[in-house]
Write a protein of this length. Structure first.
Length: 132
């Protein structure tokens, strides 16, 4: 059986949800499409597509998505199905898990980095069967 994650295409340019500059959210944020964060989130952020955190953005909580681009600050674990990119001004304090990880020179990163497939946000709340 083919892995459905292999056929999925992520598009950080097709933004569905925007948390604008000067906006603060206390609580978890979930969306099936791309989330662009320019404000502050105190809680977990989950997207079925992409999470794009701009320089002015800050997330204090875990981030889970198909792909994640960090230009601001994340204090929490970051897990992607496809890839994580930390841009020049990005900062991550927490563990990262993804098959592909790109960290630009000069980035602040404090935590563990594991390059393996991350959880599929579409399957959140379900666990894969364990085979021996």
């Amino acid at each position: 059986m083919a892995d459905p994650r292999k056929n999925r295409t992520y598009n950080e340019n097709k933004v569905v949800t925007i948390l604008g500059p000067g906006t603060m959210l206390r609580g978890d944020l979930q969306c099936g499409g791309t989330i662009r964060v320019e404000g502050v989130v105190y809680g977990d952020v989950t997207s079925g597509d992409s999470v794009v955190l701009l320089e002015s953005g800050r997330i204090q909580g875990n981030v889970t998505a198909g792909q994640i681009i960090v230009g601001g600050e994340v204090v929490g674990n970051v897990s992607a199905v496809e890839r994580i990119e930390i841009t020049v001004k990005g900062r991550v304090v927490g563990d990262m898990t993804a098959p592909r990880i790109s960290i630009h020179e000069g980035v602040l990163f404090e935590g563990r980095c594991t390059m393996k497939p991350g959880p599929d946000p579409a399957l959140s709340g379900t666990e894969a069967p364990v085979t021996a």
